[in-house]
Write a protein that binds this ligand. Sequence first.
Ligand code: F6R
Length: 364
Amino acid sequence: GKDGYRHYMLKEIYEQPQVIGDTVNSYINPETSRITMPDLPFDLARASRLTIVACGTAFYAGLVAKYWFETLARLPVEIDIASEFRYREAPMPENGVALFISQSGETLDTLEALRYCKRQGQRILSVVNAPESTIARESDAVLYTMAGPEIGVASTKAFTTQLTTLACLAAQVAHARGAIDDERLMSVARSLREVPARAAEVLAHDERLKDLAAEVSEARDVLYLGRGAMYPLAMEGALKLKEISYIHAEGYAAGELKHGPIALIDDAVPVIVLVPSDNLFEKVVSNVQEVCARSGKVLLIADRKGIDRLSDRVRWSVELPACDPIVAPILYAIPVQLLAYHTAVLKGTDVDQPRNLAKSVTVE
Ligand code: F6R
């Protein structure tokens, strides 16, 4: 049941500290803080390339993972949505590994992409939530997310546990490739172990996000902006908003704004900016200034540093805990989910069963 929550989606958002903790505990030894992924029947650290394929929210988890595998592990990554990848007859590298991410493990396009990669001689790894699913069965190795059953059509806890699993994997591969030393590996593991506690702190901003949802619910269009690993989070935020509140939203890379979408900005378009303190912080600050100069209504989701830096410019802000940039995508997912949730509730839509959508997409 819904355990007293009004919707499954809200219950599942609130389960995240628990299920992220379960996922962390299954891949990081709680005593030693060592990351111990299950042994794979192939050597991912020595793969020539990783190809990631998924759909929807799972694809955005894959896009975040691309930043981790390339930046942290120095492993080249190719990524695409399954419905495009599967028909392109892409040439696949020697000694390549292909990774499929799926909550249900039954998404047909993702499954067909997996079968294509298998025929092309790739080793098949998947990150799946539903045990005994077809994608799990047809993979050479499976990493399970510990989200438990996800009932709400909009994916929430599956996404953050996918990210958690992929962060553990990327850190282990980075270490095996000699791209990070023992100390950095331990610090990533510690940061991941702290995520459940930090996620609980983020959930405490629920009332504030509910107030801000009142502003969002008035809008016809919403823009989400981010850079680096926050760019996929911006797209995830826009997807959540579209699918449950039916408000048109776009996620953009903040640096791409000036190449077109800035023309949309006026005082009727809320611009939600995700900006943790990382190496791209100053770049995003200047993008926020560009938006403000065109009387854009900015909602900033940032830590103390970002809010102090931009408080005189932005209309609203939500303060998240400062964190290792590696774990920021996991924590920044939560306000994005809550904003979509409360906006949908205000609009009176069917949050758990949005129109035209199915939980598991087994048709092409
Ligand atoms: C969005 C959402 C969908 C799924 C997508 C893939 O909230 O839930 O975009 O992420 O249909 O589904 P799975 O992960 O089951 O392959």
